[in-house]
Design a protein around this ligand. Structure first.
Ligand code: COA
Length: 166
């Protein structure tokens, strides 16, 4: 059964279904340089379906977000060990950007991660990716660290995080 979370005009935000994985992989291939095996997508869907979401217009997938949960040191509390959400990948196809769908995907995934009792959420983003950095800042994330040569091509990443107890 489809779990629809939000509707923005003709776009629905809903939980991913196993049959969506191939189109999600196609969007990933078109939009981002970081790619994954089909097994990896399936394992994230298995592990955290509440935060593996897709945006769909008239039956066509136009965006996705996928996340995982981890235990580790807090990005906010000194020496704190917490359960955290981690955005693994998010993208919206070019022709549907700037319409709020990316923000809705991130926003709904934050709710999904909170359902799993995470205290915070974090992600890595290329320092040059101004659109994405602005989007995350608008949703309450802040830049926590700069990760030197994080990407294979040598670019640095910002680690951005949001604390749910703020
Ligand atoms: C990042 C991405 C997912 C944003 O999706 P989107 O649907 O365009 O995002 P939104 O429409 O919700 O925009 C949210 C904010 O981001 C910024 N933004 C997004 N796209 C923008 C654009 N084309 N031009 C200017 N600002 C933009 C704006 O600040 C916007 O805020 P606003 O609502 O006040 O205008 C999309 O640009 C994308 O898929 N990029 C390629 C993949 C990628 O970089 N993923 C992130 C990896 S960490």
């Amino acid at each position: 059964m489809q779990v629809i979370l939000r509707q923005i005009g003709n776009c629905i935000i809903r939980r991913c279904d196993p049959t969506d994985i191939i189109p999600v992989m196609e969007i990933n291939l078109k939009t981002l340089p970081e790619h994954y095996s089909d097994y990896f997508y399936e394992s994230l869907l298995d592990e955290l379906p509440e935060a593996f979401l897709i945006a769909e217009i008239s039956g066509k997938l136009i965006g996705y977000i996928m996340c995982k949960t981890e235990y580790g040191f807090s990005n906010f509390k000194k020496l704190g060990f917490v359960k955290k959400g981690h955005v693994v990948s998010v993208a919206v196809i070019d022709e549907h950007r700037g319409k709020g769908f990316g923000s809705e995907l991130v926003n709904e995934s934050l709710k999904g991660v909170k359902m799993r009792q995470c205290g915070e959420m974090y992600l890595e983003v290329r320092c040059s990716n101004n659109d994405a950095v602005r989007l995350y800042e608008k949703l309450g994330f802040s830049i926590n660290q700069r990760l030197k040569t994080y990407y294979r091509d040598g670019e640095d990443a910002y680690l951005m995080a949001i604390n749910f107890s703020d």
